[in-house]
Design a protein around this ligand. Structure first.
Ligand code: CP
Ligand code: NVA
Length: 306
């Protein structure tokens, strides 16, 4: 994967179909132990939002690779006191080998990418969550043995996860359907990008009708109805999103071999029922584990191994 060395991952659109598939293959090989890589480098985590999975999985795999991690909590850096991002970026560039950033605005992530030479990884913005979707695709590949031609149907808010699913599924030849309330569509620029990537060979469907989305679906996916930064809207959104809940009835309407994914954290009995997340179709714990394997492949590819 030398062709990824030194590059950024700001969006899943940064990866070609071959590059994404090769990353998933490397992740599977790292998980099985068939491949063992070492990479004695330093990863910085600059997270302006809470995180359990992303923060800890990046930390654990960097240690497994033989590298080190510095948690750059913005509250204890000068970022919290208003030091310009362009200055912070140029300084961190000289200390670190790679930087994973979780923030609000995609443009802040782009500032870091533009003012550093080191690889910058999107660890979640309001626009995208590419690391999550790499792990999701790895999970689907493990469950079905392939990705091409499968249908993933997402129900709920057209948020960062939905946007990255659009790009990720289109890139690997999966059909992607997004069912949201009318005022909560995914990013339409990303929908256009996904259609361009799919080139009509796979489906990209945006609908307000959960029944239209669920037919013959192999993967049902949902995420919280109010993302980080939207907490004040959480209560008022509940009745709007209720028809998009992933519940046993919806699971019954999908393909017989359907699996259910959720990026977590989940709000049980809001976007997903307790019965479904704990049920036999759920693969959410495998999905959470795969954050490690996918990100280990990503780190080793962007940094190059020793
Ligand atoms: N799914 C995910 O990114 O989880 P965290 O917010 O806990 O990192
Ligand atoms: N859409 C959610 C994902 C959390 C992993 C959020 O941005 O809060």
């Amino acid at each position: 994967m030398d062709k990824l060395k030194g590059r950024d991952l700001l969006s899943l659109a940064d990866l070609s179909s071959d590059e994404l598939k090769e990353l998933l293959q490397l992740a599977a090989q790292l998980k099985s132990g068939q491949v063992n890589l070492k990479c004695n480098k330093v990863l910085g985590l600059l997270f302006s939002k809470a995180s359990t999975r992303t923060r800890i999985s990046f930390t654990v795999v960097m240690y497994q690779l033989g590298g080190q991690v510095i948690d750059l909590n913005p509250n204890v850096t000068q970022v919290s006191r208003g030091e310009p991002l362009v200055d912070t970026a140029r300084v961190l560039d000289r200390y670190l080998d790679i930087l994973a950033i979780r923030t609000f605005e995609q443009k802040d992530l782009e500032i870091f990418a533009n003012y550093t030479q080191i690889p910058v990884i999107n660890a979640l913005t309001d626009r995208e969550h590419p690391c999550q979707v790499m792990a999701d695709l790895l999970t689907i590949q493990e469950c079905f043995g392939h990705l091409d031609g499968l249908t993933l149907s997402y129900f709920g808010d057209g948020n960062n996860v939905a946007n990255s699913l659009l790009l990720g599924c289109a890139t690997v030849g999966m059909n992607i359907r997004i069912a949201t309330p009318p005022d909560y569509l995914p990013n339409m620029e990303i929908v256009g990008q996904a259609k361009e990537i799919a080139q009509g060979a796979s489906e990209v469907l945006i609908t307000n009708d959960p029944q239209e989305a669920v037919r013959e679906a192999n993967v049902l996916y949902t995420d919280v109805w109010a993302s980080m930064g939207q907490d004040s809207e959480a209560k008022s959104r509940i009745p709007i999103f209720q028809p998009y809940q992933v519940n046993e009835q919806l699971v019954e309407s999908a393909a017989d071999d359907v699996i259910v994914l959720h990026c977590l954290p989940a709000h049980r009995d809001e976007e997903i029922t307790d019965a479904v997340i704990e049920g036999e179709r759920s693969r959410v714990w495998e999905q959470a584990e795969n954050r490690m394997h996918a990100q280990k492949a990503l780190l080793a590819s962007l940094l190059g191994s020793d």
